[in-house]
Design a protein around this ligand. Structure first.
Ligand SMILES: [Zn+2]
Length: 165
């Protein structure tokens, strides 16, 4: 399983950075985000699949996201609060079955340390609503070397008007 090995390597490489970033994100607990809804409100606003990922940090089935085949120019936004998160210009095919990007838009996401699988991974969540989006690994392409591995169900796509990214 090459993917598992890559994941492990990627997450190990991120330990120092995630500890650092996690420190700043620690102040942003529940209720500290710009967009805060009650659990009932989130359930009403989101589909069950969106709720499971964004609010319960579930992982979608690889290969299941229609956004894998989204190759138009545009912006990927948060399915929870519509904040623009990624430009199509930074999307790449990672072969993992999850939509992948090498860089988020400025001030779009925050990270924290996730140890759910028994080792540390860097979780990525929306800066504005705190919704879980996926994880970031260190085995991405240039220029950043990062692989933002996103759950497509946590994203929505807005095609660029006039063909500009
Ligand atoms: Zn959001």
């Amino acid at each position: 399983m090459t993917f598992d090995r890559r994941t492990l390597l990627g997450s190990c490489g991120m330990l120092a950075v995630s500890a650092l970033v996690g420190g700043t994100a620690a102040g942003a607990g529940p209720g500290r985000f710009e967009v805060t809804l009650s659990d009932a409100e989130w359930r009403k606003r989101l589909t069950p699949a969106q709720y499971a990922v964004l609010r319960q940090a579930a992982t979608e089935r690889p290969g299941s996201s229609p956004l894998l085949n989204e190759h138009r120019k545009g912006t990927f936004t948060c399915a929870g609060c519509a904040l623009p998160l990624y430009s199509s210009a930074t999307k790449f095919d990672s072969g993992t079955g999850w939509p992948s990007f090498w860089q988020p838009l400025p001030n779009a996401v925050r990270t924290s340390t996730d140890t759910k699988l028994g080792y540390e991974r860097t979780e990525v969540h929306c800066r504005r609503c705190g919704g879980h989006l996926g994880h970031v690994f260190d085995d991405g392409p240039p220029p950043t070397g990062k692989r933002y591995c996103m759950d497509g169900v946590a994203l929505q796509f807005a095609p660029a008007k006039g063909g500009k990214a």
